[in-house]
Each structure stands twice: as C-alpha cells, then as structure tokens.
Design a protein around this ligand. Sequence first.
Ligand code: SME
Length: 139
Amino acid sequence: MKELLHEIREAGDLQAVVDLLHDRVEHYSWVGLYLVEGDDLVLGPWKGPQATEHVRIPVGQGVCGAAAASGETEVVDDVNADPRYLACFPSTRSEIVVPIARDGHVVGEIDIDSDRPAAFGDVDRELLERVAESIALLV
Ligand code: SME
C-alpha cells in the first residue's frame, strides 16, 4: 500500500491515478472520480469492466451525493441494504466513497465499487483518504 501510494503521488494525471488503483488492488472492481460542478457530481476518469449510467449525480443523492454533502468518507458493506444506493452494476456488493477537499470545500470524490461484500476496511479508507489529499491539486 505504501508503494502504491508513492506511485500514485508520482502519477501525472487523474486517469493514471484511477488506473493504478483499479489495476493494483484486486478488490477494487470499478474505480471512478466524480468532480463537483455546481450542485452536481460529474463523472471524470474511470476504469472498470463497464461504463456507469450515473454520469451526473446531484449532491445529496446516492452514496456519492451523501459523501459530497457531508465531506465524510462513506463505507457501505452491503449496497443492497442501503436505501441511498444508486445501482450501477449488478455485480457490486460494497462501495466506498472518499471526498476530495480543497481549501475546506469538496471538489470531487473517489468512488470504488467492489464485487466482494464488505470489501473496504480501515486500510482502504486510510489509503484512499491519503490519495484524496494528494490528488486535490489535480482536480
Ligand atoms: N453507487 C453510487 C453511484 C455511482 S456508481 O457506483 C458508479 C451511489 O450510490 O451514489
């Protein structure tokens, strides 16, 4: 994880960061960045087996919108048990959303879906919160 974080910090653009996360962590099935545009989250770079239909999500809607509204990381162990969840892929079982903040404002977020139930623990949260801090200036 330390090595991965180092490589992410060296990466020159957001697509490279997404690619590294997706390719290097087995339980990260789909990785995307949403960027805040007005009152919406707009999908930016992503990598995964399929495109999502949720390319624009109002802040406040879905798990993504909840994290953007609160500025706090959301971890959902069982997406089918969370009424906020906006479904993208039938295979998704759990999700983590980590806000990216600049000058105290949420400017985007990292959204990762896993095909594994309860895939995201403290190690993932710590890694991704550090990634969010290091890419804030690229967003
Ligand atoms: N599941 C998210 C929507 C984005 S997709 O996972 C790519 C949500 O509930 O906000």
